[in-house]
Design a protein around this ligand. Structure first.
Ligand SMILES: Cc1cc2nc3c(=O)[nH]c(=O)nc-3n(C[C@H](O)[C@H](O)[C@H](O)COP(=O)(O)OP(=O)(O)OC[C@H]3O[C@@H](n4cnc5c(N)ncnc54)[C@H](O)[C@@H]3O)c2cc1C
Length: 383
């Protein structure tokens, strides 16, 4: 395996350097898996997740008592960085759900749920969005009615765009539990086992052919009070914690991949005989700037996390920067590597298609700008 220069050099302390070397040695002994022709992308990633966990490369910053390695965010960043640099498939995207449970679940719930989430024994999905409540999440209609004896709830409603629900055992579900309280105060979070009677999971095909999304129908689903995360009404802060981690710039595996693709574009243009396409040099130049800004950002966020700061509304800045970098890079890549377009199954083409969703998932770009205006700049609302 040829190693490229890594974008993130935090002036590694020695234990971090040791960790990077350990991971490289493990990768040398465990070649990256290939996706089988008949294997769904999600199942391939799940196989990779289990393989990584068996090597000790999942949940580095999760406390040991909950199945992690009890190290720091910096160790997790170093692992993402190394994996990205050798073009490994993505690191399992469970960090934001794990953080939500770490911050809001009881000790008993964390001890029971987190270790199996980290091993991949239990796959999880996130049941927030609904047909009428995506950006306006607080307007959700799914309702959990509490029984008079307080022991359980009955849930009715519909969720939409629930990624990987068809493969999941649990859904981190938001539902309204109060019709009187203000919208944000009336939302409660639950851990819903998806094999419960009354749950119907219907997969939807995405533009890139993947079967990522699902609709989730909930008809008189019984859920125990012990399956609630936090108190009634804690659902909104839990949701904001989840999305703040989801939007944060710490998934540095993407950075390594962008760096490698930029280098490929540079080499391709350098070696090309004849003229270059119009405007391509400035397009690549803008991609380089986006990339450098993201690297600087990832450093800053890592330093903040090490100083004990949790992810907050500033993650909206990261999300906008990541979206811009990703979308511009893949648009530019298709101009430089047009054969990727012809070969529709080509990796760059697949990444290009997925990059179009970056301005929607985890909250749209417009919503990120609203958050920056309201929460960071404290600007008054225009209406
Ligand atoms: C790849 C992918 C994976 C996803 N996975 C999940 C998942 O696992 N779980 C989950 O719960 N959801 C998931 N989602 C859903 C995602 O969170 C929503 O699509 C997103 O929040 C937008 O909601 P919406 O689609 O209902 O669009 P809408 O909220 O209907 O927005 C439509 C348009 O109006 C704009 N708009 C809306 N309100 C405002 C406003 N106040 N100011 C300015 N503009 C506004 C939006 O920016 C957008 O352009 C996923 C989405 C994608 C693309």
């Amino acid at each position: 395996m040829t190693r490229q220069d890594l974008p993130l050099d935090f002036g590694d302390p020695s234990d971090l350097t040791r960790l990077r070397h350990e991971l490289r040695a493990w990768l040398a002994e465990h070649p990256l898996p290939e996706r089988r022709p008949d294997e769904e992308p999600a199942l391939f990633l799940h196989r990779w997740h289990r393989m990584l966990h068996s090597g000790g490369w999942v949940g580095l910053d999760v406390p040991e008592e909950y199945g992690g390695r009890g190290l720091t965010a910096l160790h997790q960043v170093a692992v993402s960085d190394e994996l990205g640099a050798c073009r490994a498939p993505g690191v399992p995207r469970i960090g934001y759900l794990a953080h939500a449970l770490l911050e809001f679940a009881s000790h008993e719930q964390r001890a029971r749920l987190l270790p199996r989430m980290l091993t991949g024994d239990d796959v999880w999905c996130q049941g927030f969005s609904e047909p009428g409540a995506g950006s306006d999440l607080a307007g959700m209609a799914t309702y959990a009615r509490r029984a008079e004896d307080g022991g359980h709830y009955t849930i009715n409603g519909q969720k939409l765009w629930t990624s990987y629900a068809q493969y999941s055992r649990y859904c981190l579900l938001l539902a309204r539990t109060d019709t009187e309280a203000r919208a944000h105060r009336s939302i409660t979070a639950f851990v819903l086992p998806l094999d419960r009677p009354g749950v119907t999971v219907r997969p939807l095909k995405a533009a890139n052919g993947d079967d990522e999304f699902c609709e989730l129908f909930l008809d008189d689903v019984r859920i125990e009070a012990a399956e609630r995360i936090g108190a009634e009404g804690d659902g909104w802060p839990l949701a904001m914690t989840t999305v703040n981690y989801e939007r944060n710039a710490l998934d540095t595996g993407h950075l390594s991949k962008y760096g490698l693709l930029l280098e490929r574009l540079r080499r391709e243009l350098h070696d090309r005989s004849g003229g270059l396409p119009d405007g391509i040099v400035s397009a690549v130049g803008r991609c380089v700037v986006d990339y450098e800004v993201l690297v600087a950002h990832a450093r800053r966020r890592t330093a903040e996390r090490l100083a004990g700061r949790t992810a907050g509304p500033e993650s909206s800045i990261d999300k906008l920067l990541m979206t811009r970098a990703e979308q511009r890079l893949y648009e530019t890549a298709l101009r430089v590597l047009p054969d990727q377009l012809a070969e529709a199954g080509g990796a760059v083409y697949g990444e290009y298609l997925y990059s179009r969703a970056a301005s929607v998932y985890g909250g749209t770009s417009q919503i990120q700008r609203n958050i920056i205006a309201k929460r960071l700049l404290r600007l008054p609302s225009t209406s």
